[in-house]
Design a protein around this ligand. Structure first.
Ligand SMILES: Cc1cc2nc3c(=O)[nH]c(=O)nc-3n(C[C@H](O)[C@H](O)[C@H](O)COP(=O)(O)O)c2cc1C
Length: 488
C-alpha cells in the first residue's frame, strides 16, 4: 500500500487500522513507516520501509561487494570495443524479458552513425510479481550504476538515465546520494578514472505509474516528457532512441551483471549456466510458499528444484514471468529447466496451490492488461476487452465451445497486430492456462439449448432496460410528487 509516496508492507486489518488512526491524528506517513526517523538518503530508511528478503545470494548478487574504482580503472585502460567483446564472450542476454544479447546491442549502438548516444537503465519493474530490481537497487546500487558507466564507455555515451518506477520514489534520495558519492570519487562526471575524454553522468527520471512505460520505446517517450506510448519499430532505440539518438536500454539486472563480469571475467561468467543461457538469474518468488523472496539460481535449474527450495505448499500452477509469461502445471512441467530455450523467465515466479481459483486469477490478469493498454492501437485496446469479457462469460457458466474458438481467434489478432509487446503477450494468461489446464475451461462450458445464445443473459439485459427507461422518465413536479406521496 502506498500512502503518498510511502510504502507499507505486511498489511493486516489491524495494521491498516492503526495506520489510519495515526494518519487521522496528524502523524505523517513517513513518521508512521519509519518511527526512528532515518534520513531518506540512508539505506536504513529504505530498509525500514520495505525488506529485501534475500533468501539465496549467488555468484553475481549479494554475496560480495563490488569495487567500482577498480572496475572503472580496468575498463578505461581497454579499448571500448574490447569491453563490448568481453560482454559478448560472456553471452550475457538482457534480463528485462526479451533476452537480447547485451554485447550485440552495445555493438549496434556504438556503430550507429551519430556522435551523441545515451544509456538508459530500465527500472520500471512493472510486471506483477517482479521485485528483484528493487532489491538490487536497495542492496547494490553502485553495481548498477557502474554497469551503466561501463556501457557508456563502451558505446561512447555521455549521459545515462535511470527510469525509476513511480512506486519506487521512496528510493530516490538514497539513489541520488549514491550517485553523489560516485561523483565525489570521480567515478561519474568528467575525465572518469582519469581518462581524458571519458565524461559520463547519470540522472534519475521518475515514472508516473504506467506499466506500458516498461516498454523501452514508451519509456523513451516518457523520458522525453511525452505521453508513454510505444513507438513503431524499426527504427530501434539503438538506431534512434532518446531524442532520436542511438540509445542502449538495458534492465537493472543486466547492468549489475555487467559489473560482475568486468570484475571476474567473461569466461568465468560464461562457464555458469547452460549453453544457451549463461550465468545466473534472479527470481522474485511469491505466492503459496513458505519462503517468499529473492533467489539467485544458475540457469539450468529445474522448476521442481526451485519449488523445493522456496517451500512451495501443495503447488498446482506456477505463473512464470508474470501475466505476460506462461502459466505452467507443476505436475506436467516440474522437470522443465530455467533457460532461454525452455522456461525463459523475466524474474517473476508466482506459485499457486491446489485451492486457488485459476480462472479468477486469469480474469484478474486480463483486467490488468485492459487497464494498462495504452490504447494507441486497436487490436490491443479492443481485443483485450473482448478477451476479458470472454473469461467472465466462462466463469459465469454462460460460454459454449464456440467461445473458446473465438478466444483463440481474438488472441491471434491481438498478438499478431498489436504495436508492442503488451499486446503480443497479453492473451497469454488465457492461452497458457487453456494449454496447461484445459479441464478448468471445459468444466465451465454449457451446451447451447433453444434459440437463445448461452452467452445472452435475458435478466441482465432486462435489468439494463429497466434502469434506462427509468432515467427517461421526466422528473415529477413538486405538486405531482406530493400527490404521489399522499396516494402511497
Ligand atoms: C509492456 C512492456 C513492459 C516492459 N517492462 C519492462 C520492465 O519493467 N523492465 C525491463 O527491464 N524491461 C521491460 N520490458 C522490456 C523492455 O522493452 C526492453 O526489452 C528491456 O528493457 C531491454 O533490456 P534488456 O536487454 O537488458 O533486457 C517491457 C516490455 C514491454 C512490452
Amino acid at each position: 500500500m502506498l500512502v503518498d509516496d510511502v510504502p507499507f508492507t505486511h498489511l493486516t486489518a489491524e495494521k491498516v487500522e492503526s495506520i489510519v488512526t495515526a494518519l487521522k491524528a496528524g502523524v505523517s506517513p513517513r513518521e508512521i513507516a519509519d518511527p526512528a526517523g532515518h534520513a531518506s538518503s540512508h539505506v536504513e530508511y529504505v530498509d525500514a520501509l520495505v525488506e529485501s528478503n534475500i533468501r539465496q545470494a549467488g555468484a553475481v548478487f549479494f554475496s560480495e561487494p563490488t569495487d567500482p574504482s577498480a572496475i572503472v580503472a580496468d575498463i578505461v585502460a581497454r579499448h571500448p570495443e574490447e569491453v563490448i567483446d568481453a560482454t559478448s564472450v560472456s553471452k550475457l542476454r538482457g534480463r528485462g524479458g526479451a533476452g537480447f544479447s547485451a554485447g550485440l546491442k552495445w555493438k549496434l549502438c556504438r556503430a550507429a552513425p551519430e556522435e551523441t548516444k545515451y544509456v538508459i537503465c530500465n527500472a520500471d519493474e512493472g510486471e506483477p510479481g517482479t521485485f528483484k530490481d528493487r532489491v538490487i537497487l536497495t542492496r547494490c546500487p553502485e553495481q548498477v550504476f557502474t554497469g551503466m558507466t561501463v556501457a557508456g564507455y563502451a558505446i561512447g555515451a555521455q549521459e545515462g538515465i535511470i527510469y525509476l518506477r513511480s512506486e519506487y520514489a521512496y528510493l530516490l534520495d538514497y539513489l541520488e546520494a549514491t550517485l553523489a558519492s560516485l561523483r565525489d570519487r570521480n567515478l561519474l562526471g568528467e575525465r572518469i578514472g582519469g581518462r581524458e575524454g571519458f565524461d559520463f553522468d547519470i540522472r534519475i527520471q521518475l515514472g508516473a505509474g504506467a506499466y506500458i512505460c516498461g516498454d523501452e520505446s514508451a519509456l523513451i517517450e516518457s523520458c522525453e516528457g511525452k505521453r508513454g506510448t510505444p513507438r513503431v519499430k524499426p527504427p530501434f532505440p539503438v538506431q534512434q532512441g532518446y531524442l532520436r539518438k542511438p540509445t542502449a536500454v538495458n534492465n537493472v539486472e543486466t547492468f549489475a551483471t555487467v559489473t560482475r563480469i568486468m570484475e571476474k571475467g567473461a569466461r568465468w561468467y560464461e562457464a555458469m549456466g547452460t549453453n544457451s543461457s549463461s550465468g545466473t538469474r534472479l527470481l522474485s518468488v511469491s505466492g503459496d510458499v513458505d519462503l517468499p523472496g529473492i533467489y539467485e539460481i544458475e540457469w539450468g535449474t529445474t522448476l521442481n528444484e526451485v519449488l523445493g527450495k522456496v517451500g512451495a505448499r501443495d503447488p498446482r500452477a506456477v505463473q512464470v514471468s508474470g501475466p505476460s509469461g506462461e502459466c505452467v502445471s507443476v505436475a506436467k512441467d516440474g522437470g522443465r529447466r530455467f533457460s532461454y530455450n525452455d522456461l525463459s523467465c523475466n524474474g517473476s515466479l508466482m506459485v499457486f496451490n491446489q485451492q486457488r481459483d485459476l480462472l479468477g486469477i486469469v480474469r484478474d490478469f486480463m483486467h490488468f492488461f485492459v487497464e494498462e493498454s495504452c490504447g494507441i492501437c486497436v487490436p490491443c485496446r479492443a481485443g483485450n476487452v473482448e478477451l476479458y469479457n470472454k473469461i467472465n462469460l466462462i466463469i459465469g457458466g454462460r460460454a459454449v465451445e464456440q467461445d473458446l474458438e473465438e478466444i483463440r481467434n481474438w488472441a491471434k489478432i491481438v498478438r499478431g497486430a498489436s504495436r508492442c509487446g503488451l499486446g503480443t503477450t497479453s492473451p497469454k494468461p488465457i492461452l497458457t492456462t487453456l494449454e496447461s489446464f484445459p479441464e478448468e475451461y471445459q468444466s465451465k462450458l454449457v451446451t447451447q439449448e433453444g434459440p437463445l445464445l448461452a452467452s445472452f443473459d435475458l435478466n441482465a439485459a432486462m435489468e439494463g432496460f429497466a434502469v434506462a427507461s427509468q432515467t427517461l422518465l421526466p422528473e415529477p413536479t413538486p405538486e405531482k410528487a406530493r400527490m404521489q406521496e399522499v396516494s402511497k
